[in-house]
Write a protein that binds this ligand. Structure first.
Ligand SMILES: Nc1ncnc2c1ncn2[C@@H]1O[C@H](COP(=O)(O)OP(=O)(O)OP(=O)(O)O)[C@@H](O)[C@H]1O
Ligand SMILES: [Mg+2]
Length: 411
């Protein structure tokens, strides 16, 4: 039983790096909260603050509702599983799992009982006498988990626990971890930079960028109603299309979004039309995921650039004569020097990258949009073929040029 309360937590390192910037977040009892964000966004720092391995510069931490910053790490009843977990090579699996119990002075009988329980729960009961060198990567990761669970912590902190494994094993283990922590009823804070992993493991996801919390919600909430353009760009495959559009209001009867040479109509009875009308004459961003689009409709027109086959389905990428805003490297390290993609594009002789725009969200590349539309398994389509596109307006997202969601009741 455990809850975590982060209240306006800021962490500035002595060299001036602000790793965590005014983050407030509540983790409920028994909940699996995933911290998602690109490398360097402050996920590990936040986890280390909860564990007591790092002190925040300002802000308060509550554990079970009580101020906890003065509680030493070992009294916080927190277990941490790291990406680079290290097992003791000279100890057996049983010895590794029992290690924290031995340190805590638990009797030998109780040690072996608890180790057997945990090992059975993790499906490694047969391996207790092996050494780590005789285990697969996935089995080693389970031993590391076992060593954390055996102490019956109130709170699990997991920092990219699967990132050293290959993708097949990751998918298998993330389902297992997710069901295991639920069986244990343990409150869990789980860090990853992998959006697909976050969507499968989480009860709720907290999305971070450059130390700032961008959005919090269930996977369905943050995917279906992203608070910012950045969150929309981070979640989902294929990536959302973020199109530049200019808003035009026709005498209070409808709002049109000018996307390239085309117009996408937002009827006045769509509640968001009022919010959009405030942007008359201004540039905004229209977010279109593949599931908002149907091949063969009449809202937009495009030409097939290429078709990508995925076996059970295929994706057609269409040129609709529009420009897309691409957030510079939403998943890459924020501290890395930015590449001039315009330069790279000229270098590769790709004339479709036009210019680089700067918005408060950061530096963006603006390039010719390729709208992803889902099709059946083996469509008979040649590049250059014209296609009408239907748009489910209720699945379209609108963002202002600064990247914030425009919605009902906005402004
Ligand atoms: N001791 C430190 N001194 C100065 N800066 C630090 C220190 N530790 C971390 N940072 C910086 O703080 C920022 C956040 O680091 P953090 O380790 O929390 O990121 P992260 O989200 O866990 O990234 P990754 O996914 O790569 O593990 C980074 O810019 C990092 O370089
Ligand atoms: Mg980290």
């Amino acid at each position: 039983m455990s809850t975590v309360g982060l209240q306006k937590i800021t962490k500035a390192f002595p060299d001036g790096t602000v790793a965590v910037d005014n983050v407030s977040l509540d983790v409920r009892d028994g909940e699996v909260m995933v911290l998602l964000g690109p490398s360097g966004c402050g996920k590990s720092t936040l986890l280390r603050i909860i564990a007591g391995l790092e002190d925040p510069t300002t802000g308060q931490l509550l554990l079970d509702g009580e101020p906890a910053l003065d509680i030493p790490p070992r009294d916080r009843h927190v277990a941490m599983v790291f990406q680079d977990y290290a097992l003791y090579p000279q100890l057996t699996v049983a010895g590794n799992i029992a290690f924290p119990l031995r340190l805590a002075g638990v009797s030998v009988e109780e040690q072996s009982e608890r180790v057997a329980d945990v090992a059975a729960a993790l499906g490694i009961g047969e391996l207790l006498n092996r050494k780590p060198s005789q285990l697969s990567g996935g089995q080693r990761q389970r031993v590391a988990m076992g060593r954390a669970i055996v102490r019956r912590p109130r709170l699990f902190l997991m920092d990219e626990p699967l990132s050293s494994l290959d993708s097949g094993l990751r998918a298998e283990l993330r389902a297992e971890i997710s069901s295991m922590v639920r069986d244990l009823g343990a409150t869990t804070v789980y860090v990853t930079h992998d959006q697909a992993e976050a969507l499968t493991v989480a009860d709720r996801i907290a999305i971070m960028r450059r130390g700032v919390l961008q959005d919090v919600g269930t996977p369905a909430e943050v995917y279906g109603r992203p608070a910012t353009m950045y969150v929309a760009a981070l979640l989902g495959t294929p990536k959302i299309n973020l199109l530049e559009a200019v808003v035009h209001v026709y005498d209070g009867s409808r709002v049109a979004l000018r996307i390239g040479e085309q117009e996408l109509n937002v009827p006045w009875d769509d509640l968001r039309a009022r919010a959009l009308a405030h942007y008359h004459g201004e540039r905004i961003v229209v977010g279109l995921r593949a599931e908002a689009l149907v091949a063969g409709g009449h809202e937009l027109r495009g030409r097939v650039r290429y078709v990508e086959h995925h076996g059970h389905e295929s994706l057609a990428y269409l040129d609709i004569g529009a420009f897309a805003v691409v957030i510079d490297d939403p998943t890459g390290p924020v501290t890395a020097p930015k590449l001039d993609r315009g330069f790279l594009a000229r270098f590769r002789k790709r004339p479709d990258v036009q210019t680089v725009a700067t918005t408060p969200e950061g530096r963006h590349t603006r390039r010719r949009a390729e709208l992803a539309v889902r099709l059946g398994a083996a469509p008979d389509l040649q590049p250059g073929a014209p296609m009408g596109i239907g748009v489910h307006m209720d699945r379209v997202h609108f963002f202002d040029w600064a990247g914030a969601r425009i919605d009902v009741g906005w402004r």
